[in-house]
Design a protein around this ligand. Structure first.
Ligand code: ANZ
Ligand code: ZN
Length: 875
């Protein structure tokens, strides 16, 4: 037995250096092998790599290393999502320039990533805040503008009247500006938008083709796009009740079947009719102003109390001229959706029900669930939105919802008022165009010049990039670009007159919507992409990231590919053929007596008793162990990469990350678990060391015959190989780890049981098994694998070695286990040779204790053997 220890701290940097020097992981664009593009979502350079990153990148690295071994030309790049607010905040708080802060963080994090031994092609590194990157993003913006995929649009923004600046939604706290505390106003301003809605239907339909995406993510996207088929109905208004003699109100509904349950109409606070009525009604004007203070974002609208104001306007029911419905202005109606107006049917819509219950308007159920008696079916606090038959609905009574909808649509479509049909079928999407203007310094400048004479003028191509000025100050609130004394003053490229630069920068989601395309050729200076190269590499074969990006980032990237295709920059529509969302890394929390948190590194855990107990290492103060939670700074339950890599090594961290739970679920980081992984690292190293001593030399001839010991070992090796291959293909890393454990055990047992000078066939099997083992764990623990590969006498790198070949013959099991029933009840299993004859099986069955007991020691009347399936004993 080898007694030395594997010194990860010494070995890991040594192998990293060799990989670096030999550029082992550089991908060539003209490599003739089939391509494989694996990518993890690039990090924001916050300054510290946490264990959550480790999990994300380890998963990607296993795939990358495995695919490389399978003969693919693997592209596995890394970069930095480097624009964004934290850099500006740091600049304000610590008086450091955002650029300096960002690049310092990049440097730290890059060295931390290198500690992990990731097989990355660093030559393709991108930082989105680098002008050599955002130059092309500006070019894309201008190209989108040319084809109508970028536009200017009036949008409502949060305006801080004290700081005189626009605020992002997250800077508005309880309706007030985060710095000034002033009540935030909504102001209409010109903003740049990307026309993602042009692709709404396509983005929805194509989800069906993404069969290597999690269903959950596709569903989230589907809901976000939010297609609904409905009817636009023009309700007549009683002109004697309207502010300016208005005669109609158009609403959007998806439940026209419920028209006979209507109790009221409601319009958005900023609906033109509401605005007109408010001019004549100060109380209404006040109500509208109040609703606006709370904001009109969907989340706010969904959660706040439903409030309305009766305008006195009356609408006429489309099927009954004598039926009048009151028109309310209501805080839960959004101007941005449908027509900003609805009819309310409280019995079948919860919001409407809450509303009528507050204002005493009552409800009439019009859909009765199957099996309920319509005479007794009433609604009180819970609206019924399920299936059923129409009731209380005149000519619709007895119909299903679907037929009733069709009937209503047909009738109102064919009816006309003033030459136009009363109703029209309509498809609506929840998806809004993507507003990309941000009033921020640390982002990609929007390459536009505003000229008093020529209006909006694109910056000419030759003047790109529009670079951020570096001499900026952050002492004033608002956008530092705006405050810069000279930067925005330019001459108009069209008329040569005085003009102003756009000072808004792009949403950072723009930066991350095409970086994966840029990685394919980050060197090209004349265009965002090299068409031949980008079309060769895209789509990304396997993308890996957190589920928090399931909607926006992925949807924006899908839009971007379509827009880049429309402008000739790529020829793909879907950027990510395979998507995997990994779970979080969680850790228990430690609370001191005073309620503050202690870090895992400050705590000693005592597992000797029945309960796990914890004390503060320094003072022995008792600590309360709290539940496992997502690692966060506030709970102080983070484990830094340095702590792990510095002691047990990166391989230990990588192995543990993969071992404990399926990768899509949360994993609990425990010191015990990490120690277990560390022990296994040591065990593998000793095992391969022992194997190396009795292994046949490299290139030893294959023996003609294998004895029992050799065959058993070879079978274990090839079975593990088959399983691990399958596990990695299916991203089931925890199962893969379990299979490697099992094989290592079998291998150890085999080596331990040789009691004489090993035969040549066994020595051959030992080399084969060891070389399979090392290549199997290489994707997870690459440094240890290189070390072991060298121990086995190899001069080349295991990182470049081919995946082992399976010998299918060795996978055939030569024994078989059959269930044994006695008088119809299962009593035992019997294991026999696969080709055993009936007599042999019968003898084995009767020898089983469980069978003897079940037969009470008597001889059976009959034994029925169903070959390869089951044995029935009749007593
Ligand atoms: C009458 C009705 C009866 C409705 C009923 C629902 C249930 P989706 O499926 O998301 O498209 N609605 C329409 N425009 C709205 C707006 N601007 N703000 C708030 N709500 C609006 O939702 C369509 C339904 O949402 C429409 O169908 C409308 O209410 C409401 F038992 O019309 B319904
Ligand atoms: Zn001009």
């Amino acid at each position: 037995m080898t007694t030395d220890r594997y010194n990860a701290r010494e070995a890991e940097p040594r192998w990293q250096k060799i990989w670096d020097e030999q550029q082992t992981f550089a991908a060539k664009n003209d490599d003739p092998r089939p391509k494989y593009y694996v990518l993890e979502m690039f990090p924001y350079p916050s300054g510290k790599l946490h264990v959550g990153h480790v999990r994300n990148y380890t998963i990607g690295d296993v795939v990358a290393r495995y695919k490389r071994a399978r003969g693919f030309n693997v592209l596995h790049p890394m970069g930095w999502d480097a624009f964004g607010l934290p850099a500006e905040n740091a600049a304000m708080e610590r008086k450091i320039h955002p650029k300096g802060w960002t690049f310092a963080n990049i440097e730290t994090m890059k060295s931390q990533l290198k500690l992990m031994g990731l097989s990355l092609d660093w030559a393709r590194e991108i930082a989105t805040c680098d002008p050599s990157y955002y130059k092309h993003q500006q070019r894309l913006f201008l190209d989108f503008l040319k084809v109508g995929l970028a536009e200017r649009e009036k949008r409502k923004l949060n305006w801080d009247p004290v700081d005189m600046t626009v605020l992002a939604n997250e800077q508005v706290i309880d309706g007030r500006g985060w710095r000034s505390g002033a009540v935030v106003e909504q102001r209409e301003m010109n903003q740049w938008v990307f026309k993602i809605t042009k692709y709404a239907q396509e983005l929805l339909d194509a989800l069906d083709t993404l069969d290597r995406w999690p269903d959950k993510v596709r569903l989230m996207q589907r809901n976000w796009i939010g297609r609904s088929e409905g009817l636009q109905i023009r309700f007549a208004l009683d002109p004697s009740t309207t502010p300016n003699g208005e005669t109609e109100l158009t609403i959007f509904t998806t439940r026209h079947d419920t028209l006979f349950g209507a109790k009221f109409m409601a319009i958005a606070p900023d609906h033109p009719l509401a605005q007109a009525a408010a001019l004549k009604n100060p109380k209404l004007a006040e109500f509208i102003a109040e609703t606006k203070r709370h904001g009109t974002a969907q989340e706010i609208v969904d959660t706040q109390e439903k409030l309305g104001f009766d305008t006195g306007i009356e609408a006429v029911h489309p099927f009954d001229a004598t039926w009048k419905l009151p028109v309310y202005v209501a805080n839960f109606i959004l101007m941005e959706y449908g027509t900003g107006a609805i009819f309310g049917c409280p019995a079948h819509d919860q919001r409407d029900l809450d509303f009528v219950n507050k204002y005493g308007l009552g409800n009439t159920p019009v859909v009765c669930p199957e099996g309920q008696d319509p005479a007794t079916f009433v609604i009180t606090d819970t609206a019924y939105d399920g299936d059923g038959r129409m009731i209380n609905s005149r000519f619709l009574d007895g119909m299903t919802i679907e037929t009733a909808k069709e009937d209503v649509a047909k009738r109102l479509e064919s009816e006309t008022r003033g030459n136009a049909p009363v109703a029209e079928r309509q498809v609506n999407f929840r998806l809004r165009d993507w507003g990309i203007s941000r009033q921020r310094y640390w982002g990609c400048p929007i390459p536009i010049i505003h000229c008093p004479k020529c209006d909006v003028v694109p910056v000419p191509d030759k003047d790109l990039p529009v670079a951020l000025p570096e001499d900026v100050t952050f002492d004033k609130p608002g956008n530092a670009l705006d405050h810069h004394p000279t930067w925005k003053h330019v001459t108009c490229p069209q008329c040569g007159g005085k003009a102003l630069r756009e000072t808004d920068t792009m949403d950072t989601f723009v930066d991350s919507s095409w970086y994966f395309a840029r990685y394919t050729d980050p060197w090209i200076t004349t265009a965002p992409t090299d068409r031949a190269v980008v079309d060769h590499w895209l789509p990304v074969d396997q993308y890996i990231g957190g589920v928090e990006h399931a909607v926006l980032h992925l949807l924006y990237s899908r839009f971007f590919m379509r827009a880049m295709k429309a402008t000739g920059h790529v020829d793909v529509e879907e950027p990510f053929a395979g998507m995997f969302t990994q779970g979080m890394v969680v850790h228990e929390t430690y609370r001191k007596a005073d309620g503050t948190y202690a870090e895992p590194s400050e705590v000693t855990i005592d597992t000797s008793g029945n309960d796990r107990r914890a004390v503060l290492t320094a003072t022995d103060e008792p600590i309360t162990i709290g539940p496992n939670e997502k690692m966060s700074k506030s709970k102080r339950n983070t484990v830094g990469l340095d702590e792990i890599a510095g002691t047990a090594g990166a391989d230990t961290a990588r192995w543990f990350m993969l071992s404990d739970s399926p990768p899509e679920r949360d994993v609990i980081w425990t010191e015990e678990g990490a120690q277990g992984a560390y022990r296994f690292v040591q065990r593998l190293w000793r095992l391969v060391g022992d194997a190396a001593k009795c292994a046949a030399p490299q290139n030893a001839p294959r023996p003609a015959q294998f004895g029992d010991a050799a065959t058993t070992l070879r079978k274990a090796a090839h079975r593990a190989l088959a399983r691990v291959t399958d596990d990695i293909e299916r991203l089931r890393f925890n199962v893969c780890v379990a299979n490697i454990y099992e094989f290592a055990n079998a291998f150890g047992t085999s080596l331990g049981s040789i009691d004489q000078e090993p035969t040549d066939d066994y020595r051959f099997a030992v080399r084969e098994a060891a070389e399979i083992l090392v290549r199997l764990f290489h994707p997870m623990m690459p440094h240890l694998a290189e070390e072991c590969w060298a121990m086995l006498g190899h001069q080349d790198l295991v990182s470049q070695a081919a995946w082992p070949q399976i010998e299918p013959d060795l996978l055939v099991e030569d024994s078989i286990t059959l269930p044994v029933q006695v008088n119809g009840r299962k009593r035992a299993d019997v294991t026999v040779a696969r080709d055993a004859g009936t007599t042999e099986i019968e003898t084995a069955v009767l020898a089983l204790d469980a069978v003897k007991r079940a037969l009470d020691g008597k001889a059976p009347r009959k034994i029925i053997v169903v070959p390869q399936r089951i044995v029935n004993v009749v007593g």
